[in-house]
Write a protein that binds this ligand. Structure first.
Ligand code: WT7
Length: 651
């Protein structure tokens, strides 16, 4: 998977320097000046004293109820930051702005049909408090969990913030996931309440989310109430007594609700993400360290200033939205955009129309979206005045230099630096990314951010020489580092800390070039990145084998010009079932039903056998080589080497 990128990236040596104006006026530059730091190099070096660095910046980005006694308590593999502090992220995200800049717009919301709503910090704070009071009235207490299954409408950040305000951990489930995926996540975290909506708009049609939510809740035991936001005029099914109408519920509540004073390391949220096994893992984030880390990175990397209009065009069902649509922009008192629908609806210029109308100045999206717009043609972009843009960003997967250059020229008009931010659900915040003072090379995420210590290791745990690929690792803890996996300490230890003692394994392959630029090439493990969304091979395989006709399945990724990777599935059928077109269709739909449409295999083949090791493990690596047409290498150690040739007899 990673190989095709290497040769392309090796040729990329163009350097894009920031303008003097951008660099000099940048937030990071001002911070350096006020701390006697004279260069980027010195900043990176000095910030390696992580306790000094994070302790110092914390004073500028958060307001404690009572200050920490200790910056870091590091007991491998767990880090506790700002120990002893009393804090709640909602104080910084909402309370302080509601009193100091009440009339500033927090979000401009635009629905897919074109409906709009602007909400100020004061209005947002009032509505969050109303919902928080309602949740308390329903009996929720600090430490409880609430699941949220909502599309990109204002009630999504409102619901997250309402939970956080009263010390309840939220678990947001992406609205594109299936009812089964929802049920799994509710069951894992034991949520008492689910917040969802009737339906939402996607490509001119409504998606019946409540129907899916009901189907999911039927397979759980802990949900006491379902709070339903009305987004459309659909007649959603209703369970008397259990279901509560959001609007009615909050109508009588007070817009004042005291924010719960939490311990710095109390749980803020659980966000499920795919690993290498079939079951998604619940990544934990805590209030204080997360807040400091996301606010600093957004301020320094995207350089947000008072007049900026920020649009992180992602979904808050993923970590990008948690950190950089909801919490960090609000902490910085920014005005952001939330758009409900498809990027190319009703026409291929919807996004650029939004950029023009709301005068977006800093814009953040994924390489998949950029490649899609590239393919749609520049005429859609040219119809709009994008001159308000001053910085651009990319996230979720490696960006190929060609897409980078297209983005730079056509969206950024040649004047905007592109911030390629490398991070993960587990890092919580950008870890490797440029700053406005950095030179850029298209396709590189540049350098680890201040306070971050990264390296590329070979198999034996030694740093790989310049230019050579290896495992990307993080050497020291950082404030938004995951607080573990929900109720699964063994998996936490095995996944991140077992390969190299004391060092965090990211699961990515990367290399560092002669000038210290990082080039992230893709996953090292069996995790797929489909349009920047993380799915695990085995999650898809377990869905396939749960179908009555399937005996064995292997799923691999194949390079795709827009989505980065596409999904290719190989299926061995049980005795009595035979390959057919209807069955192929049924199996693809089966996966969509189990996990969600994003997980549906692009190609699905029937085979007689799958290559396996002597211990019976399916050799995805060999299958992947076959799929991309590369030599499979030595297969003599396989239990069934003949199965490799069998792959050619696929139907
Ligand atoms: C994985 C994390 C981070 C928010 C969205 C995805 C890949 C992410 C980049 C980038 C190359 C990237 C990595 C990483 N990735 N950003 N700028 N360049 N690869 O979050 O679902 O937790 O996925 O996404 O493979 O490990 P996620």
């Amino acid at each position: 998977m990673a190989e095709p990128h290497i040769s392309v990236l090796l040729n990329e040596n163009r350097i894009f320097k920031p303008s003097k104006q951008l660099a000099e006026n940048s937030n990071v530059n001002k911070w350096m000046a006020s701390h006697g730091i004279s260069s980027y190099e010195q900043l990176l070096k000095k910030s390696q004293d992580i306790e000094w660095f994070w302790g110092t910046v914390s004073k500028e980005f958060v307001e404690w109820y009572s200050p920490p006694k200790k910056v870091l308590d590091w007991k491998l593999p767990y880090s506790n930051w700002f120990v002893g502090a009393k804090y709640n992220i909602v104080h910084d995200a909402l309370d302080r702005h509601a009193s100091r800049t009440p009339n500033k717009v927090a979000y401009y919301f635009e629905g897919e049909p074109g409906d709009m709503r602007a909400i100020t910090y004061k209005q947002l704070s009032d509505e969050v408090s109303r919902l928080a009071n309602a949740l308390k009235r329903l009996g929720l207490k600090k430490g409880d969990r609430v699941s949220i299954y909502l599309p990109m409408i204002l009630e999504l950040p409102i619901a997250m913030l309402a939970c956080a305000k009263i010390g309840v951990a939220h678990s947001v489930v992406f609205s594109g996931f299936s009812s089964l995926a929802l049920a799994d996540r509710i069951n894992d975290c034991g949520a008492r309440i689910l917040i969802t909506c009737d339906a939402f708009w996607r490509r001119g049609k409504t998606v019946q989310l409540k129907v899916q939510a009901d189907e999911g809740v039927r397979q759980t035991q802990t949900i006491e109430h379902v709070i339903v936001v009305r987004r459309t005029e659909e007649n959603a099914p209703w369970v008397q007594g259990r279901d509560l109408n959001y609007k009615d519920l909050i109508a009588t509540e007070s817009p004042a609700c005291e924010t719960e004073k939490m311990d710095a390391n109390d749980l803020l949220y659980i966000l499920y993400t795919s690993g290498t096994t079939g079951k998604p893992k619940g990544v934990l984030q805590r209030h204080a360290g997360y807040a400091v880390n996301i606010a600093l990175t957004l301020s320094w990397v995207f350089d947000l200033k008072d007049g900026d209009i920020w649009w992180g065009a992602a979904d808050a069902g993923w970590v990008t939205g948690h950190s950089y649509i909801v919490y960090a922009p609000l902490m910085l008192g920014t005005t952001s955009i939330i758009y409900e629908g498809a990027p190319d609806w009703p026409e291929a210029d919807r996004w650029w129309d939004i950029v023009q109308r709301y005068k977006v100045s800093v814009f953040y999206t994924s390489p998949t979206a950029i490649r899609m717009f590239m393919k749609l043609g520049t005429e859609w972009v040219k119809k709009h005045d994008l001159s308000t843009l001053r910085l651009l960003g990319s996230v979720g997967e490696p960006i190929n230099p060609e897409a980078w250059i297209w983005y730079h020229e056509n969206i950024g008009g040649g004047r905007c630096q592109i911030m390629d931010t490398w991070w993960q659900t587990e890092t919580g915040a950008f870890a490797i990314a440029p700053l406005p003072i950095a030179d850029l090379k298209p396709g590189s995420a540049v350098h680890p951010l201040p306070g971050m210590a990264a390296a590329v290791y070979d198999e034996s745990g030694k740093p790989s020489p310049a230019g050579q690929g290896g495992n990307l690792v993080l050497l020291r803890p950082w404030p938004a580092m995951l607080g573990g996996l929900y109720k699964n300490p063994e998996k936490y230890q095995d996944t991140y800390w077992a390969k190299y003692p004391g060092v965090y394994l990211t699961g990515d392959i990367a290399r560092v070039d002669e000038s210290g630029f990082y080039w992230v090439q893709g996953r090292a493990d069996d995790v797929l990145k489909i349009a920047g969304h993380r799915l695990s091979n085995s999650e898809l395989e377990s869905s396939l084998v749960s179908h009555a006709a399937v005996s064995e399945a292997a799923v691999v990724g194949k390079p795709h010009e827009i989505k980065g990777e596409s999904i290719v599935a190989f299926v061995v059928l049980k005795q009595g079932s035979s390959p057919s077109e209807p069955l192929r269709k049924e199996l693809r739909e089966h996966v969509a039903h189990d996990i969600g449409k994003i997980a549906q295999p692009d190609e699905l083949y029937f085979v007689n056998d799958l290559p396996k090791t002597r211990s019976g493990k399916i050799m995805r690596r060999v299958i992947r080589k076959k799929v991309v047409g590369e030599p499979v290498g030595d297969i003599s150690t396989l239990m069934n080497p003949e199965a490799v040739a069998e792959l050619d007899n696929k139907t």
